[in-house]
Design a protein around this ligand. Sequence first.
Ligand SMILES: O=C(O)c1ccccc1NCC(=O)[C@H](O)[C@H](O)COP(=O)(O)O
Length: 231
Amino acid sequence: MTVSVKICGLSTEDTLEAAICAGTDYAGLVFFPKSPRNVSVDRAAELATLARGRIAIVALTVDADDALLEAIKTRVAPDFFQLHGRESAERVAEIRRRFGTRIIKAVKVGSLDDIEASRVFEPTADIVLFDAPPPRAPDALPGGNGISFDWTWLAKAQPRPDFMLSGGLDPDNVRLAIATSCARSVDVSSGVERAPGVKDPDLIARFVRAAKHLEPVAATAAEEDRHGPHR
Ligand SMILES: O=C(O)c1ccccc1NCC(=O)[C@H](O)[C@H](O)COP(=O)(O)O
């Protein structure tokens, strides 16, 4: 089984290209002004031009109103909206109906009960993404905090199997996270950054290889003569 990978909070051409070349399946663009990963609609439209048809484009919003969703839909034309706020099941259904865009609904998991409660999103969300709750600090971001939750809860609760696992993943722990939770899709943000909001192409490549169980490619001497060193 191949695991799908989403890299969230991409904001430059270079790191988007690195994610695509590494074999990433979903590129997350964050529309949340307080985030170091925030992109404007204009910037996102530029990045989407590079990404379209090569990687699924995910527009992440937090309790967005219809005006923002409309602007993103028109200018960016994402493949998915990721709803990362307190959107109800009714609001998820309304957004899906009104905009005709597939939905990733983020659910914050502080206990096994939160996974049980997330079943309310299964009829309308195309993917339910399980993330850790943010820290209690007043200025904490709703996501991208590098915090994980107990992955065994997912194996116990057995949500719909196409869920996406998120929260505190990195190249070193993602294999264990997949093995423990039975996730078929994983999402990462700060675990592939060298500073808040600054994605690292090497960490992106390492994360994708680890999640998809791909080994680093060792070029033969003859190949290196012909094409130059691979790394
Ligand atoms: O990443 C952000 O800055 C962000 C801001 C506001 C809402 C959500 C945000 N990120 C959500 C994501 O999908 C992250 O990838 C997810 O929370 C995991 O982050 P991390 O633990 O840093 O890998």
